[in-house]
Design a protein around this ligand. Structure first.
Ligand SMILES: [Zn+2]
Length: 342
């Protein structure tokens, strides 16, 4: 498969075992956006200390702006951690026009390869700015210092191609696509899914090939989505259930896992080969059952019953299968029966 082209936003990819060691020595004055656990793992191997460490506890835009006011003079922002830390680093890089270095310590979300920072404005997701990591550092040893499931979660934003592409095709068939339809983009997305299916054993094991395949798949996804300026082949109704749940429960989730739950349910609503994609999620080791995320049956029921009104109330959300859906108690009873709750 083709993974590096001029259409990806990753300017340089450094990938291998131990490749993050001593990175601080290559940088001038730098600031780190991270969280406690990843920072404790990497801080003694940076080679040189940062000017400041931002302990990321939120991706609310106002929270990030408040952090910016406290920053010393610096020229590089280094994002170290999962999606939230990387998104904060991307936002700061864009807002202050500073060099960005991204060091994901888990692969649970595609944030480290996408140009825009996914921040929240009054709890609604907004994608802001453009930031390109230079370099993006994928250190297999570092990734493997995290629990396996956090890296496996990375397939959530790839398996979502299954449901999101369906949504785009559906919207197009109803004359409701917000963008010019591209069969080519859909077909290339399908190739990424096939590539992931072929690597599923490696992904489950967290071996070098498995970790690399997730990263390469993300970069390939960018080569499709950046030129057309939207991620509709990868983001659809499965993400919208997550947005509803996030707003309802007001707490963060491991992105790939909650997207997995969305794929499980929305592929059923779409009648889009749900057994096949469920089998793939199971084989990869992706954790998506509600009990693992402390989601109660009642919360999920309420969320599903509200979903259609929720998406219709949000102008920015694209047309998907949800817009024409009739999710009722009967559908919920039938489709929640095989999911695990506490
Ligand atoms: Zn996502």
């Amino acid at each position: 498969m083709q993974y590096f082209s001029l259409n990806t936003n990753v300017k340089q990819l450094r990938i291998g075992r131990g490749v993050s060691k001593g990175i601080g020595k290559e940088l001038g004055k730098y600031v780190v956006a991270t969280m406690e656990i990843p920072w404790n793992i990497i801080k003694n191997d940076m080679g040189k200390s940062p000017e400041k460490v931002i302990n990321v506890t939120s991706v609310e835009k106002q929270w990030i702006e408040d952090q910016i006011k406290e920053l010393p003079e610096f020229d590089t922002i280094v994002g170290i951690g999962g999606g939230m830390a990387i998104d904060v680093a991307k936002y700061i890089s864009w807002k202050l026009n500073k060099k960005l270095v991204s060091i994901p310590t888990i692969l649970s979300v595609d944030a480290f390869t996408t140009p825009a920072a996914g921040v929240r404005v009054n709890h609604d997701v907004e994608y802001l700015g453009i930031a390109s990591p230079n370099p993006l550092i994928i250190d297999y040893d570092l990734l493997r210092s995290a629990p396996k499931e956090l890296n496996i979660a990375g397939v959530g934003d790839l398996f979502s191609i299954h449901t999101a592409s369906f949504d785009w095709q559906y919207a197009n068939s109803r004359g409701k696509s917000e963008y010019p339809y591209s069969q080519n983009a859909i077909d290339n997305g399908k190739k990424i899914l096939d590539f992931i299916y072929d690597n599923i054993g490696n992904i489950k094991e967290n071996n070098d090939n498995g970790l690399r395949s997730i990263v390469e798949a993300y970069i390939s996804l960018n080569t499709i989505c950046l030129p057309i300026d939207h991620f509709r082949i990868e983001e659809g109704s499965e993400h919208y259930l997550f947005y509803e749940l996030e707003e309802r429960l007001k707490r963060p989730f491991i992105h790939g896992n909650i997207i997995g739950l969305g794929i499980y349910l929305l592929s059923r609503l779409q009648k889009n080969d749900p057994l096949f994609i469920t089998e793939m999620m199971d084989e990869s080791g992706l954790i998506y059952h509600p009990n693992s995320m402390n989601i109660k049956r009642e919360d999920l029921r309420e969320s599903l019953l509200s979903l259609k009104n929720y998406v219709k109330s949000k102008d920015k959300l694209w047309f998907t299968v949800i817009d024409d859906s009739m999710i009722d108690e009967e559908w919920i009873n039938e489709n929640l029966s095989d999911l695990k709750f506490k």
